[in-house]
Unconditional design. Sequence first.
Length: 214
Amino acid sequence: MKPLSFFDPIIVSVPKEKIYKRLNYRKGTTQLTALQAKELERDIEDALSLIVLRGAGSCVPILKRTDSETTISGGHVIRSKSVSSLLKNSSEIFLMGATAGHEIMEAIREDAEKNNLTHGVVLDAVASEMVDASLDWIMKYVNHELSREGKRLTKRRFSAGYGDLLLENQKWIYDFLSLDRLGVSMTEAFMLVPEKSVTAIAGIEDAAYLPSKD
């Protein structure tokens, strides 16, 4: 793979089941009238019309790893036991990021200002699940490319701000991925803008020496 790749646009299947679950609708237990179901589907379609998924990915060599720290190319040190554990069989890390774009967030803000909360909640749920699905798409694409080299990504990925990987790590990931080229910026508190933007870390493993994954 190239050291840095951009994916623009990303086209994914709509994860309807996950969207419904995020909205607390449970199959077989939540009862919707025909009108409610129609309105919900309309709101989902509204959200999809506003979302443009774009992403980036970068392979970075690991120079050294201990139980609590991982040093990568360029000398940056990732201080996280969780990440070190994730990367225990990896020689490289794969950084990824994706965004749903600004338009969907502007629509959510407008809904909040107009007190159109139900519509806004659906837009928010769809954007969250779609941008997460875009990371799944990136990993699937990269795994296809890596398979030619006898390598694969770790099944799990880890994001800054979760567990013991401090949110401040978002800054160097943002820089490695050049997310400004996707129209994404960052606040002083290390939050990505637009809000429905995400980054994550996975490991690159040599598949030949590891047990197969389900």
